[in-house]
Write a protein that binds this ligand. Sequence first.
Ligand code: FAD
Length: 594
Amino acid sequence: MNKLDAQRQKEIQQAEELLFAGPQALGFAKGLFQGHFVADWVMPYPRIPATQQVELDGALTELRQFLDEHLDPAEIDRKADIPRSVIDGLGRVGVLGMTAPTEYGGRGFSQMANCKILEEIGCRCASTSVFVNAHHSIGIRALLLFGTNEQKQRWLPKLSTGEQLGAFALTEKEAGSDAANVQMQARPSEDGSHFILNGEKRYITNAAIADVLTVMARTPVPGSDKTAITAFLVTPDMPGFEMLEARMPKMGIRGTATGRFALRDVKVPKENILGPYGKGLKVALTVLDFGRTTFGACCTGAAKTCLRLAIEHANTRKQFNKTLGNFHLVQKKIARIAADAYAMEAMTTITAALIDRGLEDYMLETAMLKVFTTERLWECVNDVFQIYGGSAYFVDRPLERMMRDARINQIGEGANEVLTSFIALVGMRGPGMEFKEIYDTMMKPTRERGFAKAWTAGKHRLGATVRVPEIPVRSPELRWFANQLGHLIRRFNVAVNRALITYREPILDMQLVQERVANAAMDLLASACVLSRQDAELQFAQRNGNSSSPDQFAADLFLRQSFRRIRQFLAELTDNDDKSVLATANSILGKPGK
Ligand SMILES: Cc1cc2nc3c(=O)[nH]c(=O)nc-3n(C[C@H](O)[C@H](O)[C@H](O)COP(=O)(O)OP(=O)(O)OC[C@H]3O[C@@H](n4cnc5c(N)ncnc54)[C@H](O)[C@@H]3O)c2cc1C
């Protein structure tokens, strides 16, 4: 085996270990890749139970009042600091421990309810929503999910109220997108009572203001010369903790304190190991799933602000004796923002509900939500910026700040390119394994059981390519859309099968193919969420004597545009300029053609 193959085997083994814990219920996104519409996960559109809704409404009212009175996003950006009074206030209104259980001082909210809270913050100030995310969605999430009772009792009460703050420290110079390449070392002491940590972390949100940091470091695997990543709870008062840069000056979300720190022979008690020893990467990826869900909520909030600002300006600014809203090219932008904001909210709600309802593996859906909403938000910000013309450029308007702030979303918590590739590869794994089963048996047709398995796999593959899945909408107005979506899922499945048969293992490196597959899958998920939401809203409207729902046009537009994009992505799988793109890039990069 050459070095590259050995590295690939290692990566596959690592991914298998991390992602596939055993037999699980078929999730919605994985189902799409197999030509199924697993309706139960998306329909009917999830609703927060009435008692929780009352509590959420109360929390939102309190939050809105606090933010109206105390949050000044422009000043936070100008001073590159979120005032302590704002942080304390967020703690008082419960935001910093929203999903922590009440026995630890939290509010015990579901993910769905928490997303509504984050949407409210995200529509006002990205610095503040990223701060809350770093503290709550990823900072204390590891404790909530993996902490022992003792650890929870010790740390959570103060973290839930904001008396103490949390951070999540994975990234290093050599471990950015390649998160598994953590170099920080954790060596066990001779008596086994503690670990000695050495190394540096960078780009860590809240690092300089956190009282507890979840830190990923490399530990020896007993009985071998290998190492694995383990999560540790580290506090800045531990001797050897050195803050190298408390606030790295930066372009956007300037209010957040993004820091760089070193651990030099820091002794961390073994009781501070968080989650299973050697399973830190699993801890990190699970935590990031939650972060990506609230990312969706924050982006939804920001997209709604884009829409509000666009409407305000289009209805007031006059040129050529008309308000801007009379021009079709302005209308086109506003319509698209409205459609996208609607879809982003639907997708966030459904993804959060998957977590609340106990789907075991939602990595694909959270990755799709993150990529989809961050890319859409960037388009929304760009569109509203254009509608404001020259005035968008000046600092008396929020738009230049919103643009600077929005840019981090496509990079943080997994760069979108990395997640796009992940979505395609994890999604295609199911059908890919079925093909492998068929292929292996055809090569070695000796084992009877193997034949039976291959036969079943073959039937599944074939069945999915001829069957159009049914989408159970209740509103007759949506039947045409549901039918179209069913046909597109079937076409997607055929395209995935064809790509797997055509490219076989090299598909693992073919990111241009992966991107189209992932993009089509994301639009299929988004369309399913929009259909589900619109169905619920139409049913509600009709129960109240109305023939249409308020957002029917936006939903309708989203579905039409999304279907068009899906058809385009699938068509480009066979009609593209990939060879020319790669030849150009390789010639410019001075690489031999690949
Ligand atoms: C403001 C801010 C706050 C942050 N907060 C935190 C935090 O709280 N905790 C934490 O641990 N980290 C944090 N990060 C780190 C963040 O998660 C990383 O920046 C991100 O994972 C990307 O890593 P990188 O910057 O090293 O980029 P690199 O890994 O160098 O990647 C650069 C670019 O290369 C491309 N690329 C990389 N790999 C691939 C691939 N396999 N395929 C195709 N393209 C690829 C992508 O376009 C990517 O954007 C923060 C970063 C910023 C900027």
